[in-house]
Design a protein around this ligand. Structure first.
Ligand code: GUN
Length: 293
């Protein structure tokens, strides 16, 4: 069994991106720039956005963090996005989700210009992914593809089961794995909350992607011996003995599942770090499209 270490894979990708950025700036070009909007002060969102900003700096990207109060009205948020759409020095825009209930996430997603939508959530980019056209792929599934590539995990003709059908992870993941691309060409089953016989379906998976957001949902009895297991879960679970008062748990019961697998991602230190690698890769692409346009 090998542990698919996201730290190693993400660092390798960041090193390559950094070298590319250094090359551009040495030739007189500005560095890529990511704008992140954080509404309110959700603890997990704060952590994710801080990590995105930190990773930008480590890779030679500029970043702009715009913090808005949780009570901000939808119009103000949409106007903030429009301003960034028109700012030629900004290559990528992301609005950290979830948003407060009084704001329509769909409207926000559709206001970001598709050319700057480095989260890949705009319907234009989602449609391009479905049709195999170049566009931005949501960072988490993209990061997982980069992880499979880094560790050269063979996927062709395998049966992949994806648990979860969110627009952010499960659905785009299922499309990528079934696409005729490197580290794709799987036969894919998408399982969700209405799936019957989930255990029997999971037991057929050569590649099992758990993206449902339920801590330790996938147990050893659901995993085919020799499977590749990708754990997308990052739920905060209260733990008084932990320094921060919580622990991060994946969707897979790692200790019992890992010995049955050929390869498995840890939590933390797996997919989460790859999400940032995916985001930075998208931002560099947005920059290239922008500066060479
Ligand atoms: N919330 C959870 N995952 C994501 C993500 O990939 N991007 C954004 N913007 N918000 C998220």
């Amino acid at each position: 069994m090998i542990v698919l270490d996201g730290k190693i894979a993400a660092q390798a990708i960041k090193d390559k991106l950094k070298a590319q950025v250094e090359n551009f700036t040495a030739n007189g070009l500005r560095p890529p720039k990511l704008a992140a909007i954080l509404v309110g002060s959700n603890g997990a969102s704060e952590t994710y956005v801080a990590s995105k900003v930190k990773n930008c700096a480590e890779t030679g990207f500029e970043s702009l963090l715009i913090r808005l109060d949780a009570s901000v009205d939808e119009t103000t948020l949409l106007q903030t996005i429009e301003k960034l759409n028109h700012d030629h020095t900004v290559d990528g825009i992301l609005v950290q989700l979830p948003l407060p209930k009084h704001i329509s996430e769909q409207k926000v997603i559709e206001t970001i210009h598709p050319a700057k939508d480095v989260d890949g959530f705009h319907p234009v980019n989602a449609g391009k992914l479905v049709q195999g056209l170049p566009g931005f792929i949501p960072a988490t599934p993209y990061g997982i593809m980069l992880l499979l590539e880094h560790f050269d995990i063979q996927t062709k003709s395998k049966h992949a089961v994806v648990i979860g059908r969110s627009n952010i992870v499960g659905r785009p993941m299922s499309i990528l794995l079934s696409s005729n691309i490197p580290y794709g060409n799987c036969t894919v089953t998408i399982a969700h909350s209405h799936t019957q016989n989930l255990k029997a379906i999971c037991l057929q998976a050569d590649i099992l992607v758990a993206a449902l957001g339920k801590p330790e949902f996938v147990t050893a009895d659901m995993v085919k011996p020799g499977a590749i297991v990708i754990d997308v879960g990052i739920t905060r679970v209260e733990d008084a003995t932990a320094k921060k008062g919580f622990r991060i748990k994946g969707d897979v019961a790692f200790n019992e599942v890992a010995p049955k697998t050929t390869a498995i991602t840890p939590v933390p230190g797996g997919v989460g770090l790859m999400t940032i690698a995916g985001l930075l890769t998208n931002t560099l692409q947005a920059y290239l499209n922008n500066v060479t346009a």
